[in-house]
Design a protein around this ligand. Structure first.
Ligand code: HEM
Ligand code: HEM
Length: 229
């Protein structure tokens, strides 16, 4: 899907992000805030913390599946690059020229994997955590209290690390916006990005219905796990 820019015919605006990836991202941002607020700002909002955590868990599992079955720009094999291309890309990082990147750049790709990994770790350790008073994750009774205490500690520590990684992520997005004059945020909201120069590659978009089906299966699996455990 592409259209010519009215004022500059050399600029074509093309669709780069599908709806499921955009919904995934902005839901994640909101839910991370909800997870934090429900445990840090209130003493009796643990059930909100639980449900927000289960939804984050489902979103991350969905995103992994979408990285295999999703649209071109969302697939891992499109944006996870080897060491050489990543180093070559890093060397050009300080060049302040408007970017023509379609999807994640090689450094951003690794950042995405790191964030998904930490989010998964955060949600999974939560399932086994306890607060020594009245709240515990639904799988805490599968393990001993000692192990649950260790995982609760990790749940706490990994959130702090996650905050640092997210801070770096936001700083990187702002660096692209203001130093490299590459606006990454609007495309992740609208799906569309204006690109100058050569003909953009053909991108393939997986149906939103497949995304809905995958997310439905994941949500059902997580619900079954946490209610029947
Ligand atoms: C609050 C926690 C946040 C988390 C956990 C997070 C996580 C992520 C993840 C996992 C991706 C990869 C998207 C995908 O391929 O599925 C991503 C991409 C992106 N995020 Fe965030 N994000 C957060 C906040 C933000 C905020 C506040 C902004 C805006 C300032 C932002 C802007 C972006 C942009 C522009 C991309 C696409 C980068 C690119 O074009 O390569 N994120 N984020
Ligand atoms: C990715 C999603 C999640 C995030 C960001 C998150 C974040 C947090 C944070 C910041 C704390 C406070 C830690 C402290 O100050 O000691 C906490 C505590 C806790 N969380 Fe989560 N959590 C998530 C998912 C879950 C899930 C799915 C469960 C399971 C129902 C859960 C269960 C708990 C429990 C039982 C505590 C209390 C542990 C303690 O006080 O040591 N969390 N979580």
């Amino acid at each position: 899907m592409q259209q010519e820019n009215q004022t500059n015919p050399n600029i074509q605006t093309i669709k780069i992000w599908d709806l499921p990836t955009r919904l995934f991202h902005w839901s994640l941002v909101i839910l991370l805030g909800v997870s934090w607020a429900s445990i840090e700002l209130s003493d009796n909002a643990f059930n909100i913390h639980e449900y927000s955590g289960y939804t984050i868990l489902s979103l991350v599992i969905f995103r992994v599946l979408w990285g295999i079955f999703g649209s071109t720009t969302s697939r891992f094999r499109t944006f996870i690059r080897g060491l050489q291309p990543t180093i070559a890309y890093a060397k050009t990082l300080l060049q302040s020229k408007p970017g023509n990147q379609i999807g994640h750049n090689p450094l951003g790709g690794w950042m995405v994997l790191l964030m998904l990994g930490f989010l998964l770790f955060q949600a999974v350790t939560g399932l086994f955590s306890n607060d020594d008073v009245s709240s515990e994750g639904p799988l805490a009774h599968w393990i001993s209290k000692d192990i649950s205490d260790i995982l609760s500690g990790l749940h706490h520590e990994s959130f702090d690390i996650l905050l640092v990684i997210v801070g770096l992520h936001i700083a990187a997005v702002l660096f692209y916006r203001f130093f490299k004059r590459d606006n990454l945020i609007t495309p992740l909201i609208t799906g569309f990005k204006p690109l100058a120069g050569e003909t953009p590659p053909k991108l393939r978009f997986t149906s939103n219905w497949i995304a809905l089906l995958l997310f439905g299966i994941v949500i059902a699996g997580v619900a079954l796990l946490v209610t029947k455990a």
